[in-house]
Ligand binder design. Structure first.
Ligand SMILES: [Zn+2]
Length: 314
């Protein structure tokens, strides 16, 4: 079945770019649907067997030149989590699978993204009822893992679109309720250097502090894009050519003028999080991707083949 669908996908020269964030050693009760090592190894093995694994920059080059084979896939990771280097990288290496890692430079060396601060605080809070005042008040009761997952998800949704300063004030108010939070979720500079020096690995820009670009004025957006690029280039002593938009949905999270800023900053291509495929006609500064959400690899393979064939997410 999988091979038949892969063969079907060969008929159409489209390329698929997959988005990951984290790969866990063990399932996390706060995020039970996130990929674990066994699932990820199975996925990369399936991709290596049934598709041509390309680096994203090679795929973009082939698309521009009209040389896509129609059965190629790229693997990308967003944000810069430490487990990209400690957990995902050894699995990618087992299969010689190239991958691109888009890193928000401001979280290296002990930083934490705002949504992770919410998840990690709610993971640690004692059972009980809590409320946080502010522009968007939230209240929840914590007991089992399900109540904690629900509370974290609803709090993230409630605060996601607040102005940055207001959102940070709410997150700080919540985080103050626990004594300590982890400072090793994101990569250290040394981990990023080790990742960047691994054959098959490409590092891409993802701004400095991961703002929603559509919410910034042009000067702020430009400096986020440029500073993120410069931070990583200074650290790694290599030029960054690929960029991923934070959150990444067109119109809601970024617009055409942000694609132009990315081009002006010296990047050669950029990826969104809208679902779709890359082909010769794709704007290379708005390349859609695909989130593998099926834990069942056969189902995932079917969806991937459908996506290649233009039946899904295009
Ligand atoms: Zn991101």
């Amino acid at each position: 079945m999988i091979r038949r669908l892969a063969a079907l996908a060969m008929r159409r020269p489209r390329h698929q770019t997959l988005i990951f964030h984290r790969v866990r050693n063990q399932p996390d009760p706060m995020s039970p649907s996130e990929p674990t090592t066994n699932w990820f190894r199975g996925l990369v093995q399936m991709l290596a067997n049934d598709f041509e694994l390309l680096s994203l920059s090679t795929a973009v080059q082939r698309a521009v030149e009209g040389r896509l084979s129609g059965r190629s896939v790229s693997i990308t990771f967003d944000d810069g989590y430490a487990d990209n280097q400690t957990v995902a990288l050894p699995i990618l290496a087992e299969f010689n699978a190239p991958a691109t890692f888009f890193v928000a430079s401001g979280f290296l060396d002990g930083g934490r993204m705002w949504n992770d601060t919410i998840i990690e605080t709610i993971r640690r809070l004692p059972e009980g009822r809590y409320s946080i005042d502010g522009p968007t008040p939230v209240a929840f009761e914590l007991s089992d893992w399900e109540s904690r997952r629900t509370a974290a998800a609803s709090t993230i949704i409630a605060w996601k679109h607040l102005p940055l300063a207001d959102r940070q004030a709410c997150v700080d108010q919540l985080a103050a309720k626990v004594a300590e939070l982890p400072s090793d979720l994101m990569m250290s500079s040394n981990q990023l250097r080790a990742l960047a020096n691994t054959p098959g690995v490409t590092i891409g820009g993802h701004t400095r502090s991961h703002p929603i670009l559509a919410k910034l004025d042009a000067a702020q957006a430009r400096s986020e894009i440029e500073n993120g690029k410069r931070d990583l280039e200074d650290l790694l002593q290599q030029e960054l050519t690929l960029f991923a938009y934070p959150n990444g949905k067109q119109v809601v999270d970024f617009r055409l003028e942000h694609a132009e800023l990315v081009r002006q900053a010296g990047f050669q291509a950029a990826v969104a999080t809208d679902w779709g495929t890359l082909d010769a006609n794709t704007d290379r500064f708005r390349i859609p991707r695909f989130t593998p959400w099926h834990r069942n690899l056969s189902r995932f393979s079917i969806d991937l083949a459908r996506c290649h064939y233009g039946l899904l997410g295009v």
